[in-house]
Ligand binder design. Structure first.
Ligand SMILES: Cc1cc2nc3c(=O)[nH]c(=O)nc-3n(C[C@H](O)[C@H](O)[C@H](O)COP(=O)(O)OP(=O)(O)OC[C@H]3O[C@@H](n4cnc5c(N)ncnc54)[C@H](O)[C@@H]3O)c2cc1C
Length: 473
């Protein structure tokens, strides 16, 4: 029997597949599209996702195909320099188009043994005490112990479960596409700079070649979002907003997106879970959605594997929703605020000026950017030192680097005392007696997702934490 069916082979789905395979879970990914999409939505990875790739030994693949940029101008496109002393050893954003992220994560999942079935659409589901049966568009059925819906903002799985998705519908629609232009690059740069003084949802940018990424408000284009935009729609909107259509031609792909902002009421219903855009949608401001989905998968993977392997302590799987729902709520909050500040109305513009002034304080700038790059996330593990609940940055150890020890997705006791023991949990938790000048604690217990589950030096205390996160010893 299949252990887990994942509906949706976008970045969240294939990330989760890889995480589950690290633990030997039998996983099948169902992807509706027969071929990978060419549409480039996300443009890159932020620090926490870069750390995630590092923790799984994937970073070199991403660095090879990406380009590093400073973390400047990411909050509401307010042009401020990258803050100093960001809490990460990857203080940059990695420009890498979404289709490449998807391909690299898919390759990794397949290498680890995941099965990806393309051209396969989930259309129905039913669950009982032992498993979930899913109906496919071709009329066949498939059964597994668990199902995870990673099937995007219009998630069929979420709808079939009847889980509420409250929030605001899309108010502002934007056209997005890649095409060539018929005017010199200098003309494009000059016109774009002028238009962006008043219209922030506008841009034509090239990545060095002939192809430009075009973003322009969609006002007046067909109301029905299912109708794909045409090149003529782009020309018409460019003329309306910029006074010229730049002679655009030879489109590679054309699409549109809205600014709907919604968060699912629940991330789990029995044996069915949801992750990524299936549980949260928001405008792309700050570039957070794909990152959030990858980090959902990183939180969920080891917990679901623990449940399937039979060692999950009470409540572990439910902690996925408890931990990730507030993180998404915070992202929705910051994108709503950013969208307001992109409005050209006098009130929001006044707020924007004030926030811009505040960002001249280094701490404010750092606080806002650490939100966007998600290194400031702290799960509520109860009372304890500041480190508790946070993920630990990649600290240097005497014998190497911390993240190099985390590729297998196991727990890790980083022990500077040399007196502690994980006997009883050694099949789930590695014990590393190592000293790090950067770690201001005698010992730290890390979950497979790198979050600090315990800090201290007392063996009994450690054992109670081991039991809480890794089950019986
Ligand atoms: C213009 C734009 C720019 C963006 N820029 C950024 C950015 O810079 N940084 C960032 O982090 N995020 C960005 N995002 C958000 C990002 O694109 C999404 O958050 C991300 O794609 C979510 O990944 P996912 O895997 O959860 O969902 P999706 O990428 O939507 O993947 C879902 C998959 O499920 C499949 N599927 C759907 N229904 C079914 C079914 N019934 N059966 C089987 N398969 C199904 C779909 O074909 C699809 O492949 C941007 C979004 C937009 C629109």
């Amino acid at each position: 029997m299949i252990d887990v069916i994942i509906a949706g082979g976008g970045p969240t789905g294939v990330m989760l597949a890889g995480e589950l395979r690290l633990h030997g879970v039998r996983v099948v990914v169902l992807e509706r599209d027969a071929e990978p999409t060419l549409v480039v939505r996300a443009l890159g990875l932020h620090a926490r996702s870069i750390e995630v790739m590092d923790q799984r030994g994937l970073l070199d693949r991403f660095l090879e195909l990406g380009k590093q940029y400073p973390l400047a101008g990411f909050f509401a496109a307010i042009p401020k320099p990258q803050p100093e002393r960001l809490d990460t050893s990857h203080a940059y954003t990695l420009g890498i188009p979404q289709p490449i992220v998807n391909r690299l994560l898919t390759e990794h999942a397949i290498e680890l043994g995941a099965e990806i079935r393309r051209g396969t659409e989930l259309t129905g589901l039913s669950q009982d005490d032992d498993g979930v049966t899913v109906a496919l568009a071709d009329g066949t059925e498939l059964r597994a112990r668990y199902l995870v819906g990673c099937d995007g903002g219009r998630s069929t799985v979420r709808k079939l479960l009847g889980i509420g998705f409250p929030g605001e519908p899309s108010r502002v629609e934007t056209l997005l596409g890649e095409m060539e232009v018929g005017v010199p690059a200098e003309t494009v740069t000059a016109v774009v700079a002028k238009v962006r003084e008043t219209e922030k949802r506008f841009g034509l940018g090239s990545f060095g070649g002939d192809v430009y990424r075009v973003v322009v408000p969609a006002a007046g284009v067909a109301e029905d979002r299912a109708v794909p935009p045409t090149l003529e729609d782009f020309k018409q909107q460019l003329r309306a907003v910029a006074g010229t259509d730049f002679g655009v031609h030879s489109p590679r792909w054309l699409s549109r997106f809205g600014d709907a902002t919604r968060l699912a009421d629940h991330y789990r219903a029995g044996r069915v879970l949801l992750a990524g855009d299936a549980v949260h949608v928001h405008p792309p401001t700050g570039g957070q959605g794909l990152n959030l989905g990858i980090q959902d998968a990183f939180n969920l993977g080891w917990k679901l594997a623990a449940e399937i392997e039979g060692w999950a302590p009470e409540g572990l799987l439910d902690s996925y929703e408890t931990e990730r729902h507030p993180v998404a709520a915070d992202v929705l909050n910051n994108t709503r605020a950013q969208m307001e500040m992109l409005s050209t109305e006098p009130g929001p513009q006044a707020v924007r000026r004030l926030v811009s002034e505040l960002m001249d304080f280094e701490e404010v700038n750092r606080y806002l950017i650490e939100k966007i790059i998600a290194v400031g996330v702290r799960y509520d593990f109860g009372e304890g030192p500041d480190l508790l609940g946070r993920r630990l940055r990649d600290v240097a150890l005497k014998g190497g680097r911390l993240y190099d020890l985390m590729h297998d997705g196991r727990g890790l006791l980083l022990d500077q005392t040399g007196r502690l023991s994980v006997a009883g949990w050694a099949d789930r938790v590695d014990h590393v007696v190592e000293v790090s000048e950067e770690l201001d604690a005698p010992a730290a217990l890390l979950r497979p997702d790198g979050h600090v589950a315990w800090v201290g030096e007392d063996q009994q205390e450690l054992e109670s934490r081991l039991a809480r996160w890794f089950g019986a010893g």
